[in-house]
Design a protein around this ligand. Structure first.
Ligand code: G3I
Length: 353
């Protein structure tokens, strides 16, 4: 038997192994963190191969950026279209990812038919329609969606009291509590969150939300967590962040950093992500993750980015400028902010996946 071919193949294999190195596979956020790491997605972007591969390998939680909002599901008074939301749920199930439902009730993104008819409804009619919507959606996704932003942004922007939305005008101060009750009736196992922005930056808003939580808990109104959206800038206050986490977790609630992005170009004067801004994003990300990681296990829910790549961010249209706010660049390259997330986990992660 001629031995040369055997040894030449073995030699080639050894060369390949040595040249490629035995380096361990690169870390993935979902594998390194000891809590779910999420991202807001859309069906259109999930249809793109590189996007799907990155989302599937890096994240353990998905939020539908838009297609599980009323505008996309609530087709008519008692007609619902779950098709787009179902496609996001299917992706999550294929990639062993949890799904966070966003959002059942929001004063924005009203379906056109509701916007056109809302004034014609008396309070009782609107209450019945809203209850049927909430319970139909929650029941449709029961066992698939583990948590819901039941009501989004119901507190006034300034933080002092309820937002004067058409829901508030028609249904009164206590509509948020009733929406939580409707959702709980539909799925006793789903975790129910209240979600809002500027909760860390605006002490008045934090105070109003905490007062609502205290009232809910005193009346046995179901609530399991608070979503801190975290649409922040480089001037974000870590002290106020630490304080907000302490206040929420002291009420035995879960904390979801639900829509994380970090603006790097607030004045719109930069035509590229500067090295300085990239490093500031990295350091801020690391500090946020480090502080969040120190929460008791029972108070951690997830850290969710509000988009995958800088080019996917809502902020470009919202601010009129690129903000480079997310962990991946437009070519799916990991930015310093991604490294910052890993650095924030150092010393306190146990493999989750
Ligand atoms: O799908 C239509 C498309 O058919 C149409 O051609 C296009 C132009 O009009 O609009 C598209 O819909 C847009 C949708 O995003 C999908 O891209 C809506 O106009 C646009 O208003 C909508 O913006 C979303 C915004 O919520 C309003 O719902 C953003 O993508 C989304 O990131 C943003 O997310 C919110 C959270 O839900 C709640 N917290 C704040 C956060 C930022 O506003």
């Amino acid at each position: 038997m001629r031995l040369f071919p055997f040894f030449s193949s073995l030699g080639l294999l050894l060369v390949m192994i040595i040249s490629n190195g035995l380096d361990s596979p690169e870390p993935r956020l979902r594998s390194v963190a000891n809590f779910p790491v999420g991202v807001a997605v859309s069906p259109q972007r999930l249809a793109q191969t590189d996007y799907a591969q990155t989302v599937g390998s890096e994240f353990s939680s998905l939020t539908a950026e838009n297609v599980m909002k009323p505008q996309y599901i609530w087709a008519a008074e008692r007609e619902y279209d779950f098709s787009a939301g179902d496609s996001v749920v299917a992706f999550a199930e294929n990639h062993s990812q949890q799904i966070h439902g966003h959002t059942l009730v929001w004063h924005m993104m009203k379906p056109t038919w509701l916007r056109n008819t809302i004034e014609s409804y008396d309070s009782a009619t609107l209450e019945n329609l809203l209850r049927d919507y909430i319970q139909s959606v929650v029941k449709h996704y029961q066992g698939k969606v583990i948590s819901w932003d039941v009501v989004n942004e119901a507190i006034a922007s300034e933080g002092n009291g309820m937002r004067n939305s058409f829901y508030h005008q028609k249904l009164g101060d206590d509509y948020v509590a009733r929406c939580h009750q409707y959702a709980r009736e539909a799925d006793p196992d789903a975790l129910l969150f209240y979600n809002d922005y500027d909760v860390v930056a605006n002490p008045e808003k934090l105070k109003t939300i905490l007062a609502m939580v205290d009232d809910f808990q005193a009346r046995n109104i179901p609530i399991d967590g608070i979503g801190l959206q975290m649409h922040i800038g480089l001037d974000f206050s870590l002290d106020q962040f630490q304080h907000a986490l302490e206040e929420v977790s002291s009420r035995n609630l879960k904390v979801h950093l639900s829509e994380v992005d970090i603006r790097a170009n607030p004045d719109g004067k930069s035509d590229g992500l500067t090295e300085e801004a990239a490093q500031k994003q990295r350091e801020l990300m690391a500090d946020i993750v480090r502080i969040y990681s120190q929460l008791p296990e029972k108070n951690k829910f997830a850290i969710t980015f509000w988009g995958l790549r800088d080019s996917d961010s809502w902020l470009t249209q919202h601010t009129g400028h690129s903000q480079w706010p997310l962990p991946f660049d437009e070519n799916y390259g990991k930015k310093p902010m991604y490294q910052g997330f890993l650095e924030g986990l150092e010393g306190n992660q146990t493999k989750l996946d």
